[in-house]
Write a protein that binds this ligand. Structure first.
Ligand code: NAD
Length: 410
C-alpha cells in the first residue's frame, strides 16, 4: 500500500465515523492546487542538470498553507499529496491558523555540492514565487533541507517581493528564526506522551523507552524523556543501535554522536542489531526515523504497550489495526509530531510582529497548544468510542469542514 492509500484509508474511516456524504468527502480530499516545475541548472562540471520540483497545496480554508520541502530521489507527487493532506489535518488538530501543503525536488542531495543545492533551491523559488508567500503558502524544512536552504528561499523570494522573512520557517535563529524551533518536535512528542501517561495513571519514573532514529526528533525526545525520569534503554540510527537496560546517559550519548562517532560504539551501552530495538521489551516505543518502520513483518513482535509516532507514517495501516486490536496505545503522527509545525507558526508570528519571543515564551506556548490538542482528542475519543488516530483524523476533518462551509462554497 502506498502512503497515499494508507492516508486515504484513515481518512475514509474517520469520514464514516462523522457520517460525511460522498460530496463532502470529495471536497475534503481533493487538493486545492498542484504545481510542477522544471528546474534546469548548470552543474559544477558545466553540464545541464534538469530536476522536477513539486508543491502540492492541499487546503487553505483555515489559513495560509504550511508544510515542508523534501529533497530526495524518491520525491513524487503521490507521496507529496499524502503528506500535504496530513499537514492540513495536523495544523487543524493543534488549532493553528494554517492549511496544509508539501513539496520537494526529486534529486539526490548526496551527489550535489552546496553550490548546486543553492542553485536548485533558488530556481525552485523562481518557479514557485507566485504560489507561495507569507499569506499564501509557507514552506519549511523536511528531509534533506535545513536552515541554510530556508535562508536561500527567503533571500530569493525577497528579490521578487521585497523583504519577506515570513515566507518560510525553520530559518537560522540569527536570520529571523525562532528560539526553541530545533527542539520543538521532540519536545512536543514528550509533552504528548506525558499527557498519555498521566491519563493511564503511570509514572514517568523507570518507564522504559526505546527510540528508533536518533536525529533531530529522536535525540531531543530521548533527552526530554530522560529528564522526566524515564529510562531510555535503547536507541538506533541508520547505522546501528545501542542498549543499556539501566538507561542510557543521553547527554553523554549526544556528545558522542556530535563528535561523529558511531552510535553503536558508545561506551555507556552495548551494541545491538539495528532493527532489534523495534521489538525490544519496553513500555514505550518511539519510532522517530522514517515511514513504514512497523509493518506486517514485525507487528506481532512489538512488545511495547505504547507507541508514539514521532516520525510521519511509521506504522502501516495493517500493523496499526493489529496493534490497536491488541490494546496498544498509539499516539498518531498528526498529533505526536505537531510540535514542529506549532513552533513554525510561532516563528511566522514573530516575523509578522517583527518581535522575538524568549525561548521560555515559545516553550510555554507550545505546551499550551499540545495540551489543549490532547484534551480535545481525549474528548473526541470518548464521544465516539474510537482509537486515538481515528479521533485525531475526525476532529481535524471536522474543523476543516466547518470553516470551509462557514466561508461559503459559492
Ligand atoms: P533526521 O534526519 O534528523 O533524523 C533521522 C534519524 O533516523 C537519523 O538518526 C537516521 O540515522 C535515522 N534512521 C534512518 N533510517 C533508519 C533506520 N532504518 N533505523 C533506525 N534509524 C534510522 O530527521 P528528523 O528531522 O529527526 O525527522 C525524523 C522523522 O520525524 C521524519 O519522519 C520526519 O518527517 C518527522 N518529523 C520531523 C519534524 C522536524 O521538525 N524535524 C517534524 C515533524 C515530523
Amino acid at each position: 500500500m502506498s502512503p497515499l492509500e494508507v492516508t486515504q484509508e484513515y481518512f475514509e474511516k474517520a469520514s464514516r465515523l462523522m457520517k460525511y456524504s460522498n460530496r463532502v468527502k470529495t471536497m475534503l480530499w481533493t487538493p486545492f492546487r498542484e504545481v510542477k516545475v522544471e528546474i534546469t541548472v548548470e552543474t559544477d562540471k558545466g553540464e545541464i542538470g534538469t530536476y522536477i520540483g513539486y508543491r502540492i497545496q492541499h487546503d487553505k480554508s483555515r489559513g495560509p498553507m504550511k508544510g515542508g520541502l523534501r529533497y530526495h530521489p524518491t520525491v513524487n507527487p503521490e507521496d507529496m499529496r499524502s503528506l500535504a493532506t496530513l499537514m492540513t489535518l495536523k495544523t487543524a488538530l493543534v488549532d493553528i491558523p494554517f492549511g496544509g501543503a508539501k513539496g520537494g525536488v526529486t534529486c539526490d542531495p548526496r551527489t550535489l555540492s552546496d553550490h548546486e543545492m543553492e542553485v536548485i533551491t533558488r530556481k525552485l523559488v523562481d518557479g514557485l514565487h507566485d504560489v507561495i508567500g507569507p499569506f499564501v503558502d509557507i514552506p519549511a524544512p523536511d528531509v534533506n533541507t535545513n536552515a541554510q536552504v530556508m535562508s536561500w528561499i527567503m533571500d530569493q523570494y525577497s528579490k521578487y517581493k521585497g523583504f519577506a522573512p515570513a515566507v518560510v520557517t525553520g530559518k537560522p535563529v540569527n536570520l529571523h528564526g525562532s528560539l526553541g524551533r530545533e527542539a520543538a518536535t521532540g519536545r512536543g512528542v514528550i509533552m504528548g506522551l506525558n499527557d498519555l501517561l498521566h491519563d493511564l495513571r503511570r509514572p514517568w519514573k523507570d518507564t522504559r523507552v526505546v527510540i528508533q532514529g536518533f536525529g533531530n526528533v529522536g535525540s531531543y525526545a530521548a533527552l526530554f524523556a530522560a529528564e522526566n525520569g524515564a529510562r531510555v534503554i535503547a536507541v538506533s540510527n541508520q547505522d546501528g543501535a545501542v542498549r543499556n537496560p539501566e538507561g542510557l546517559d543521553i547527554a553523554k550519548l549526544n556528545r558522542h554522536v556530535a563528535r561523529k562517532k558511531p552510535l553503536a560504539e558508545f561506551p555507556g551501552g552495548e551494541s545491538v542489531e539495528r532493527d532489534s530495538v523495534l521489538t525490544m521489551d519496553c513500555d514505550v516505543l518511539i519510532p522517530a526515523a522514517l515511514g513504514d518502520a512497523i509493518t506486517e513483518d514485525n507487528m506481532k513482535d512489538i512488545r511495547a504497550g505504547i507507541v508514539v509516532e514521532a516520525a510521519n507514517g511509521p506504522i502501516t495501516s495493517k500493523a496499526d489495526a493489529y496493534l490497536a486490536g491488541k490494546g496498544v496505545e498509539i499516539l498518531p503522527d498528526i498529533y505526536a509530531n505537531a510540535g514542529g509545525v506549532t513552533v513554525s507558526y510561532f516563528e511566522w508570528a514573530q516575523n509578522i510582529q517583527q518581535f522575538q519571543w524568549s525561548e521560555k515564551q515559545v516553550n510555554t506556548a507550545l505546551g499550551q497548544k499540545m495540551r489543549q490538542a490532547f484534551k480535545d482528542l481525549r474528548k473526541m475519543r470518548k464521544k465516539y468510542k474510537t482509537d486515538m488516530r481515528t479521533a485525531a483524523f475526525a476532529l481535524a476533518l471536522e474543523r476543516v469542514r466547518s470553516v470551509t462551509l462557514q466561508r461559503g462554497i459559492l
